[in-house]
Design a protein around this ligand. Structure first.
Ligand SMILES: Nc1nc2c(ncn2[C@@H]2O[C@H](COP(=O)(O)OP(=O)(O)OP(=O)(O)O)[C@@H](O)[C@H]2O)c(=O)[nH]1
Length: 305
């Protein structure tokens, strides 16, 4: 029997992974380490969406979509029935769960609560023992044993999210639990689309308002980049597309005054939306007749449907 090279190639794997753990265990630090600076921007505001995308990690062989599961890390007293149910079903819908714990702190009430929740689902759980840089290697074993006694973890992976130790091993372990599947998001997409879309709409709204609709239908706003800086500020770079040079002039205004006002007003709204300090960078570009150019429309995120 002979196989072609194509058949021998492993199939692409993809899936959804929930990251859970009590506050301060290092969830954001891990995401930063995995995805670099381009972290998904997530609002601290009301947890309306059940599954929020924390970040997307893509290689040639696999794609991991990390989800933040609201509800599960809250203390029990604050949980409404709805949140408990939502968190529970979210956990049963993902392909794997990363349960982050702080080895330096050891097992706490918050961890026990999460373990109780984990017992209700069948999803494989990887115990991620973070902050190993803070403990002596010999101290690690007893902590592992404590956790192992409480739950049959699929894998136990000690890491330092901060220093990056063992993080690539963790990613390999996660991929083991993903099914074959499509690449859900483009390789360079690491942010949650809806929030980008809303930010673009907020900018567009300010322009239309401040130009008193002198440039009504000929503008489009595209969010080129959205990332969380280390200092906690969300950096957004957006391009405003117009059809004519004259429209570019109107939007920029005298000595840039109008564009500045658009920026200030949009930033205030975006900060309220994201719940984070925001640095908004705006560019105005002329793209002639963009409305009729299909490829440009696609680049801007419009679809025929
Ligand atoms: N020494 C050490 N510190 C770490 C490590 N990972 C995270 N930290 C620190 O732990 C603190 C909390 O990290 P975060 O990533 O904000 O924790 P989180 O789980 O996202 O916290 P919440 O957003 O409150 O849920 C920060 O001061 C990090 O710098 C690690 O591997 N080693």
């Amino acid at each position: 029997m002979s196989y072609s090279d194509k058949e021998k190639q492993p199939k692409f794997k993809s899936g959804f992974v929930a990251i859970i753990g009590r506050p301060n265990v290092g969830k954001s630090t891990l995401m930063n380490q995995v995805i670099g600076q381009k972290i998904a921007i997530m609002s601290d505001k009301p947890q309306t969406t059940r599954n929020k995308i924390h970040g997307v990690y893509t290689t040639d062989e696999a794609q991991i979509v990390f989800l933040d599961t609201p509800g599960i890390h809250k203390s029990q007293s604050k949980l409404g029935d709805y949140m408990v149910k939502a968190a529970e079903s979210a956990l049963s819908e993902v392909d794997a769960i990363l349960f982050l714990v702080d080895v330096a702190e050891g097992l706490g009430g918050g961890d026990r609560y999460i373990i109780e929740q984990l017992k209700k689902v069948k999803t494989p759980v990887l115990l991620v023992m973070n902050k190993i840089d803070q403990v002596h290697p010999e101290a690690l074993l007893p902590v592992i044993t404590t956790y192992k006694d409480l739950y049959p973890f699929a894998e136990i992976v000690p890491i330092s999210a901060m220093h990056g130790n063992n993080v690539s091993t963790l990613l390999d372990q996660v991929i083991k639990y993903l099914p074959e599947g499509p690449q859900y998001y483009p390789a360079d997409q690491v942010t949650d689309h809806p929030e980008q879309f809303v930010c673009a709409e907020l900018i567009r709204e300010k322009i239309l308002h401040l130009t008193r609709e002198e440039v009504p239908h000929s503008i489009a706003v595209s969010i080129e980049d959205m990332k969380l800086e280390e200092n906690g500020v969300v950096h957004i770079s957006a391009v405003i597309y117009v059809e004519r040079d004259s429209q570019k002039g109107i939007i920029i205004g005298k000595k840039g005054a109008l564009l500045k006002e658009v920026g200030q007003k949009a930033r205030a709204d975006i900060e309220a939306l994201l719940g984070s300090k925001t640095f908004l960078e705006l560019w105005v570009k002329v793209k002639k007749d963009w409305r009729n150019q299909e490829r440009v429309l696609r680049d801007l995120g419009f679809r025929h449907e």
